[in-house]
Write a protein that binds this ligand. Structure first.
Ligand code: NAD
Ligand code: WQD
Length: 366
C-alpha cells in the first residue's frame, strides 16, 4: 500500500520532477499539476523510465482555484502538497513584478484555499535562500542559519518571503480554528524549504534541467559553453572579498535536494511541528572560479570565460548553515560538487536538445 498520496505543483519542472521521482521510489503516490509554462510532459516519461511508475498528471494553472478543486476532488486520498509551481527568473521579476505576485503569491493563495476546502493539511513549500538577501549585512551570519533576518533584494525574493508569511498565517489559523471547534488540529503543518543553489542531473543521464527559455544559472550556462552552444561564460565580477575574487554560493545536487523534500514531508506527517523553516544546502561554499575549474575537469578541457562587471543584485556569499535540517529532518547532502558536475555533463553532452530529443540508446540500455 502507498505511504500516502501527494499533490506536487510544478512537478514536471526541474526540482519537481526529481522530487516526484524520489517520492515514487519511496512508496508515495504522486499527482502532478503543472501548466507546462516552463516544462514538458516528457519529464513524466523519463520518471517512468527510471522508476517504472508514472505520476497522475493534470495540465492546470495554480491560479485556477476551480481546476485545483477538481483535482483534489478526483483524488480524495491526497493528504499533502509539495508546492513548486512559480515564476523564478530574478531579472524578469523586476520587469513584470505584478505577474510574479499574481502567479507566485496569488497562485499560492488559490492553492491554500483549495487545500482548506478539501482538508488537505500538509504543505511543503519551495522557498529560496534568496529570502535572506545579503546576509553579510548582519555580523556572523555566514554560514546562514534560519534565524538570519529576512531581506530579499528583488521582487521574486519578496514573493517567496510573502508566501512564507501567508503559509504561516494559514496553518496557524487552521490550527486555531480546529482547536476552537474541538477538532484535531495538529495535522495542519507547513515546511518552508529554503534552497541554496540547486544543480546537477540524474546519474542515468536521461533526466535533467530543461528550461523552455535561455538558462540564467551558472551551471546550465557552463554546460552550454562545454557543448559549444555558447562561446564563453561571463564571470560577473572578480573583485569580491573572497578567496579568488568571485562570489560564493552553496551548490546542492538536485538528487540530494529531492531527498530533502521527502525528509521534510515525512517530518510534517510524523512529528507535526506546525510551520518551520529549514535551509537545504551543503554548508560548503564554492566560488565561481572553483565551479569553472570543477566542471572543466569533468569535461576534460578548460572552458572559456571572460570576467565582466558584477551583476546587479548579486551578493558576496550565500552559504547555508544546514544544521537544523541535518538534526531535525535527519537529512544531509551526500553528493559532492564533482558528482553534480559529472551528472550535469552526462546530461548535457548526451541530450544537447534536452527533452526535445530521445536520449542515446546506450543510456537507456544501461
Ligand atoms: P522550474 O521552472 O523548472 O519548475 C517550476 C514549474 O512550475 C514548471 O514546470 C512550470 O511549468 C510550473 N509553473 C509555472 N507557473 C505555473 C502556474 N501558474 N501553474 C502551474 N504550474 C506552473 O523551476 P525549478 O528550478 O524546478 O524551481 C521549482 C521551485 O523552486 C520554484 O518555486 C522556484 O522558485 C524554487 N527555487 C528554485 C531554485 C533554483 O535555483 N532552481 C532555487 C530556490 C528556489
Ligand atoms: C551563481 C553565481 C553569479 C551566471 C539564483 C537566484 C536565487 C535562486 C538560485 C531561485 C553568482 C555567477 C552566474 C553567469 C556568473 N533561484 N554567475 N556568470 O544568483 O546565486 O541565485 O538562482 O530561487 O534566487 O538569484 O545563482 O546560478 O545565477 O549564479 O558569474 O553567467 O555565478 O554572479 O555568483 P544565484 P546563479
Amino acid at each position: 500500500m502507498a505511504l500516502g498520496t501527494v499533490l506536487i505543483t510544478g512537478g514536471t519542472g526541474y526540482i519537481g520532477s526529481f522530487t516526484t521521482l524520489a517520492l515514487l521510489e519511496h512508496g508515495y503516490e504522486v499527482v502532478i499539476v503543472d501548466s507546462l509554462y516552463n516544462s514538458s510532459k516528457v519529464a513524466l516519461d523519463r520518471i517512468e523510465l527510471i522508476c517504472g511508475k508514472r505520476p497522475a498528471f493534470y495540465e492546470v494553472d495554480i491560479t485556477d482555484e476551480e481546476a485545483l478543486d477538481k483535482v483534489f476532488a478526483a483524488h480524495p486520498n491526497i493528504d499533502s502538497v509539495i508546492h513548486f509551481a512559480a515564476l523564478k527568473a530574478v531579472g524578469e521579476s523586476s520587469e513584470i513584478p505584478l505577474e510574479y505576485y499574481r502567479v507566485n503569491v496569488g497562485g499560492s493563495i488559490a492553492l491554500l484555499r483549495s487545500m482548506a476546502k478539501h482538508s488537505v493539511p500538509n504543505i511543503v513549500f519551495s522557498s529560496s535562500a534568496t529570502v535572506y538577501g545579503d546576509a553579510t549585512r548582519v555580523p556572523n551570519m555566514i554560514p546562514i542559519p534560519e534565524h538570519c533576518p529576512i531581506g530579499p533584494t528583488n521582487p521574486y525574493g519578496r514573493t517567496k518571503s510573502t508566501i512564507e508569511l501567508v503559509i504561516t498565517d494559514f496553518i496557524e489559523s487552521q490550527r486555531n480554528n480546529a482547536k476552537k471547534a474541538g477538532k484535531p488540529f495538529e495535522q495542519w503543518n507547513g515546511a518552508l524549504l529554503r534552497y541554496f543553489n540547486p544543480c546537477g542531473s540524474h546519474p542515468s543521464g536521461i533526466m535533467g534541467e530543461d528550461p523552455s527559455g535561455i538558462p540564467f544559472n551558472l551551471l546550465p550556462l557552463l554546460g552550454q559553453v562545454a557543448t559549444g552552444q555558447r562561446e564563453k561564460l561571463l564571470v560577473f565580477g572578480d573583485d569580491y572579498p573572497s578567496r579568488d575574487g568571485t562570489a560564493i554560493r552553496d551548490y546542492i545536487h538536485v538528487v540530494d535536494l529531492a531527498k530533502g523534500h521527502l525528509a521534510a514531508l515525512n517530518h510534517l506527517r510524523e512529528k507535526k511541528p506546525g510551520v518551520r523553516a529549514w535551509n537545504l544546502g551543503s554548508g560548503r561554499g564554492s566560488t565561481v572560479f572553483e565551479m569553472i575549474n570543477a566542471f572543466s575537469k569533468v569535461v576534460g578541457r578548460p572552458l572559456k570565460y571572460e570576467v565582466v562587471e558584477r551583476r546587479a543584485g548579486d551578493v558576496l556569499d550565500l552559504t547555508a548553515n544546514p544544521a537544523r535540517a541535518n538534526e531535525e529532518l535527519g537529512w544531509k547532502t551526500e553528493l559532492t560538487l564533482e558528482d553534480a558536475c559529472d551528472d550535469l555533463w552526462r546530461w548535457v553532452s548526451n541530450n544537447p536538445k534536452g527533452y526535445r530529443q530521445d536520449p542515446p540508446a546506450a543510456l537507456l540500455d544501461a
